[in-house]
Design a protein around this ligand. Sequence first.
Ligand code: ADP
Ligand code: MG
Length: 712
Amino acid sequence: MLLACQKGHPLRSKPSSPSESPGKQGKPATSRKTRQAKPAKKRDLASLFGKLGLNTPQDFLLHFPIRYEDETCLSPIAQASAGQSIQFEAVVQSCELTYRPRRYLTARMRDDSGEIQLRWINFYPSQVQQMQAGKRWRVRGEVRAGFGGLEMVHPKVTSPSSPLPQSLTPIYPTTEGLAQKAIAQRIEQALNTLDLDDSLPEAVRDNLGLMPFRQAVDVLHRPAPGDDLDALVHRTHPAWVRVKFDELLAQQLSLANAREQRRLRQADPLFEPLDRVSYVQKLSTELPFQLTAAQQRVVQEIHADLAQTWPMHRLLQGDVGSGKTVVAALAAMRAIDHGKQAAVMAPTEILAEQHYLKLEPWAKALGLQCVWLSAGLPARIKRQALDAIASGQAQLVVGTQALIQQGVTFADLGLAIVDEQHRFGVSQRLALGEKANGRLPHQLTMSATPIPRSLAMTCFADLDVSVIDERPPGRLPVKTKLVSASRRAEVIEGLRESVASGGQVYWVCPLVEESEALQLQTATDTHEMLTAALEGLTVGLVHGKLHAKEKADVMQRFKAGEINVLVATTVIEVGVDVPNASQMVIEHAERFGLAQLHQLRGRVGRGTRESICLLLYEPPLSFDAKYRLKALYETDDGFEIARRDLQLRGPGEFLGARQSGLSLLRFADFEADAHWVEKAKLLCDELRAQQPEVAKCHMDRWMQSREAFLNG
Ligand code: ADP
Ligand code: MG
């Protein structure tokens, strides 16, 4: 132990992070403001604790240190070396106040082994008194190389008469104005008063090789001098493993609960009608293509869910172009088979409209009515649509968020389909669910972002997941090329060839993060430039600021082949389906996110024509941009792209919305702790089946109010 202490520990000397308490423990304050931070008054304390999410003793118990300081032993000054923390006891040799070039206080300290200088840039007059020659102090802090040898800036100075602590000193995450001591006290209280009995039976713990809970929290809050600090700080210590596992288990239990709650709710079972030819069968025979094996499988999964008496809550994942729309249509037909309505909602007007353009003719061919609803409809048409929805005359309804707004009443909504679910928050999903009178409609959410398994298990364990992992046959891979923007003129000339061979082109304008107006301007300029450069060809323009009708009009003309080159902003990012489009040019590709580029590229390569995607970039590329463009160049596998994207952005950003079980995790990391996720899932099922009281006790400790939002 002594050795470890003398050597100093690299992690102990880590500079204090901004989230640590100013001035109390750890590094003393350097600014006037923080130096004056007095212990907060009682009523402020509660609100400061509240800021950290610390309300109950339980919260304090689970508020773990970010690092530790070793104040358990003393070292000789001679062992001090730059960059390391040290604690020693020594006598003040001299003390000096300097005013130029700036005001500071220095003191020289000496013990039997050597001397070191202490320095303060901010200090109280009382500190000048404190450092008078001849006084003996215990000093602790980080050593650095100063002009005149080793020195310590703003060290912690205490009386040598108090006994050395027996355990390492924890440093907790805190907030401005909240002292470490205040937090530590409440944690101490929690440790002393709370029931720390294990929520898991000994046999289960032994089986998994887990440390008892009491021991784990004790180690984390008060590690002994011999404990493995590296492992504690890096969260690989067995104590951390226990805490993370507990959390993952609680999360699985909570998601399983949410799922069970859903099963307790009522929905009308939509089974296959045996006495007539179903709409599902009719549509299947109408389709101009054969379903892929993957499509058939997920349709079966969905139909099996629909036949249950509880509401379906299924996530349909499929890469761009995998053919989700037809699956959605076959699900909708099952609702219609039972005289019920189906609604399809998409996040943007363009996307919703693509669904409408596809679904409406299918519905019509079967003698069904499909209506369109969006915010921008003229009042009279909107009234008609609302009436058709309310009377049940419209069996299929397609639209944007307008579908979940006030004033929309369904006669009998049997199935709600939401496309691109990662763009919606939970509340929107639920609102659509409430549109059915009393009973819950079945819900199908579709996502074009394939989610890696470990993430899906942690964040969507309350959903059932179907994956379309196969593309329709005959698709040629899209050729992707990186082209420097300096070759723009060449690229433009190349478009003529594409068009001459019968293809159509998307020209995607760059994101302009700072300003939507600027983005619009760029799109308009590009449209003008291309119109001038490509005489004889028809160049169209579509962007977010167009009226719905104008947008629809442009898209319709592009689809019909009347427009050769379509200049577009990212409004086409999702769902747009024009199989004849075989070339895409993305300007300033380096500004787009990886998933976004993949989605954009997915707009071409939808027909049987060989397609090409040109990524125009402006050098020099940042490291991240290079990584993204390289990934896109190397693969068109949605799962692989998702994996890399996740690596770049982390799960919160990646999912785009604060939702799902992920927000139940504070300590565990779904990726680094992936094998524990699997074990937690197994134990979750086992406990629920065999020891529900254990499951409940475990949840009570961990979840409290955190899971309320999952029970939708
Ligand atoms: P996404 O999953 O991206 O929403 P879509 O549903 O828009 O994909 O389908 C992409 C294209 O593939 C559409 O033109 C669709 O008609 C076509 N398609 C879907 N399934 C098949 C299939 N089994 N065989 C051939 N083409 C298909
Ligand atoms: Mg789609």
